[in-house]
Design a protein around this ligand. Structure first.
Ligand code: SF4
Length: 349
């Protein structure tokens, strides 16, 4: 049975008449063994750099899944791969709403693109400096055939209103806006085509702290209002904790831990997650905690360690870590929390 558009004003929430269009068990996105590899040269020979290396996870309808890790760990490439925005083919399987993405083509793919949108770190570079905001949003609506042409102007005014921008800004150019306002325009552009899931790639990293909280609150409000699902990529762990329901930690192209946000921040299991969490600044009165300093640098993508890729830097490494690669698996039977570490081979609950 075809879905229908529920939200009359902005056409943002699509549901199924029988209430079942949210995929199996409420999953909106299911990702299995995703791999994105770029070819490179090492010592004159061609080599493959796996920016994303066999990643599997699910995203539930209406949740925010945070994605954290050091620069270069593959989180942005992963976000882009989900939307088929990488310049190289993606291996593995992605199901959106129960449907395998690679099987979707033509007109259906354009519809899928509308439902899966992205917000970028630097909205300025993704806005055309020669187009007014009205023209730009009008173009998006036209390309995606989101509304009849005669209704486009009204819809643009509604979009500006919903992201907290004055509708008089319709005829202004990108350079006439502040960083926070430009990010609001980026959000309006994503919302214009009625998305169900938005990959937010470092959406507040370039903004002042006070503006960051305004954008985060806006994203939270929009999620509640329109039932949106977010994948929120950021390196600021405090921001990720605030906005996320669950958090996945990435290291060298792999997810090493995934858990409920509260649980992960309160009792990290993987040694890498522990080190990341120990680096979060605490308010002065909340007591002291010991900072875990990792030795060495992130290995180069062409010099991946054997066994557990974290072993050269891991403060808890044991001999087997050099030769055995741990799998991401539940902490115990039935647990949703997953860790990839040999220290948790036996069930721990
Ligand atoms: Fe550290 Fe070994 Fe666990 Fe890897 S498998 S995180 S090296 S203890």
């Amino acid at each position: 049975m075809k879905g229908f558009w529920l939200n009359i004003e902005l056409n943002l929430v699509r549901v199924e008449k029988n209430g079942k269009r949210i995929g199996e068990n409420g999953m909106l996105l299911k990702v299995r063994d995703l791999e994105v590899a770029f070819s490179s040269r090492k010592g004159g020979k061609k080599a493959l750099v796996r920016a994303v290396n066999g990643v599997s996870f699910d995203v539930r309808k209406g949740e925010t899944l945070g994605l954290v890790g050091e620069s270069g760990c593959g989180k942005t490439t992963l976000g882009r791969a989900l939307l088929r925005l990488t310049p190289v083919p993606v291996k593995g399987k992605i199901w959106y709403d129960g449907q395998a993405i690679e099987a979707i083509g033509g007109r259906d793919f354009r519809s899928l693109r509308s439902e899966m949108q992205m917000i970028f770190q630097d909205p300025f570079s993704s806005l055309n400096p020669r187009m007014t905001i009205g023209q730009m949003l009008g173009e998006v609506l036209s390309v995606h055939k989101a509304v009849p042409r005669v209704e486009a102007k009204k819809k643009i005014h509604e979009l500006l209103d919903v992201v907290g921008l004055n509708s008089e800004y319709f005829n202004r150019y990108p350079h006439e806006f502040s960083g926070g306002q430009r990010q609001r325009i980026g959000i309006a552009r994503a919302l214009a085509v009625g998305p169900r899931i938005i990959v937010c790639d470092e959406p507040v990293s370039a903004l002042d702290v006070s503006i960051q909280s305004q954008i985060i609150n806006l994203l939270n409000d929009l999620q509640k209002e329109f039932g949106l699902t977010y994948i929120f990529i950021a390196h600021d762990l405090s921001v990720v904790k605030y906005i996320s329901d669950r958090v996945a930690v990435m290291y060298l192209g792999k997810i090493v831990e995934i858990a409920d946000a509260e649980e992960l921040y309160d009792s990290p299991k993987h040694p890498y997650t522990k080190a990341l969490m120990s680096a979060i600044p605490l308010p002065e009165l909340s007591g002291k905690k010991e900072r875990i300093l990792l030795k060495g640098d992130l290995p180069g993508p062409l010099d991946m360690p054997t066994g557990c890729s974290f072993h050269p830097r891991c403060p808890e490494a044991i001999d087997r870590c050099r030769s055995v690669e741990p799998a991401l698996k539940p902490l115990c039977e039935g647990s949703e929390r997953q860790v990839s570490c040999l220290l948790y081979e036996k069930e721990v609950c």
